[in-house]
Design a protein around this ligand. Structure first.
Ligand SMILES: Cc1ncc(COP(=O)(O)O)c(C=O)c1O
Length: 379
């Protein structure tokens, strides 16, 4: 049987990885500035992470959500402590799309309304309501298109208020820094305006922190740069350092009841120990501080390279914008200089999403390679 062919693949086969490096079957070393798409937070194969998963699977890998699972409770309290989102409650699931799907469903239950507002170039995942709130017609099937979604321009508070005034909107969902779309951000006034208008019109403000959360921007959550209180915060990628886990943080205004949400695998023992060791390492190794320090260093060097027209994003969620499509450059960096980077919907943007453990020497290695690769391609 062959695989259902939905992914264009690079011809590289990683077989092991350590911290910021990935190794193929011939032991060739690759610098990972992609983090498996912003997933690797504490570095590949971190020893505490490996030990916690190994020990747990030998004891109890899985049981259902019908029994007590103290590791879920421990994960929730550590997450609340590190994020500073004090009164929120946690619901655990398995991926970013699932987190947003549950967030949208909960918003609809809570407000008893059903329309969703999302923004141009947004990406929220590929499940039913999440994909309908994603601004990409190519991945929305007819079955998803029946969801009522309005896509507004990023920054357009006036249209937002007009739509919310019709009183049929259950949720406004937004990435405070767009990931897949290409690292665009709006203004403080816009994010704070969303917060204010959502409260005024009894609509849930959903902050999609699937990619920008878990310290990637230098704050635990990207929205924390603003004076806002989202009703629901969705999380996933950096949360398990590669172990599939996602979740939503829910403001105490929204009340739980038995059966409102549910999942078989979400919050299983293995996922929870993975998630807990990620938070422990972020705290012990001061990784958010490292993000800020390395980001500043990275930006300083990037600013000296004339071919880079624009540096977008925050922390270690960055985009380097050129005035030409970067697909050849990205290939060259992988095949000739052994460096993984990412792409975006914006074809001119090279994305930088490394493990949060990255150090100056790796940044130097990248820029040396970038300068050479640009020269090789006559840019
Ligand atoms: C902001 C954002 N939300 C949701 C998702 C979907 O997450 P997943 O692929 O885990 O379903 C992604 C994935 O790239 C994302 O970047």
């Amino acid at each position: 049987m062959s695989l259902f062919n939905v992914y264009p693949l690079f011809d590289i086969t990683p077989v092991k990885a350590k911290d910021v490096f990935v190794y193929d079957e011939n032991d060739k070393e690759y610098l990972d500035l992609y983090g498996g798409h912003a997933v690797i937070s504490i570095g590949h194969s971190h020893p505490e992470y490996v030990k916690s998963i190994t020990d747990q699977v030998a004891k109890l890998g899985f049981y259902s959500n019908s029994i007590q699972n103290p590791i879920q409770v421990e994960l929730a309290s550590k997450l609340i402590q590190l994020s500073g989102c004090r009164d929120y409650e946690l619901f655990l699931c398995n991926s970013g799309a699932e987190a947003n799907e549950n967030a949208l469903k909960l918003a609809s239950f809570h407000t008893n309304k059903k329309k969703v507002i999302a923004f141009k170039n947004s990406f929220h995942g590929r499940t039913s309501a999440a994909v309908a709130a994603t601004d990409n017609e190519k991945i929305i099937a007819p079955i998803n298109a029946q969801q009522e979604v309005e896509i507004l321009a990023l920054g357009d508070l006036e249209s937002l208020e007009k739509s919310l005034g019709k009183n049929d909107v259950c949720a406004v969902i937004i990435e405070c820094i767009q990931g897949v779309g290409g690292l665009d951000e709006s203004t403080t006034a816009f994010y704070e305006g969303i917060d204010r208008l959502c409260k005024k019109y009894n609509t849930c403000f959903i902050a999609d922190e699937v990619q920008s959360g878990y310290g990637r921007t230098g704050d635990f959550f990207a929205f924390q740069k603003y004076n806002v209180t989202p009703d629901i915060i969705s999380i996933a990628k950096g949360m398990g350092n590669g172990f599939p886990i996602g979740g939503i943080l829910i403001h105490p205004n929204i009340k739980a009841s038995y059966g409102l949400l549910g999942t078989t695998f979400g919050g299983n023992h293995l996922a929870c120990v993975a998630g807990l060791s990620v938070l422990n390492v972020i705290e012990q190794k001061n990784l958010m501080e490292n993000v800020r320090f390395i980001s500043e260093y990275f930006n300083r060097i990037a600013n000296t390279i004339p071919q880079i027209k624009n540096i977008k994003g925050r922390g270690l969620m960055l985009g380097l914008e050129f005035d030409f499509p970067i697909s050849e450059l990205r290939k060259k960096l992988i095949y000739d200089y052994q460096i993984f980077t990412g792409s975006a919907k914006n074809p001119d943007l090279l994305r930088i999403l490394p493990p949060l453990t990255i150090r100056k020497e790796h940044v130097n290695q990248f820029f040396e390679a970038l300068v050479n690769a640009l020269e090789d391609l006559n840019h």
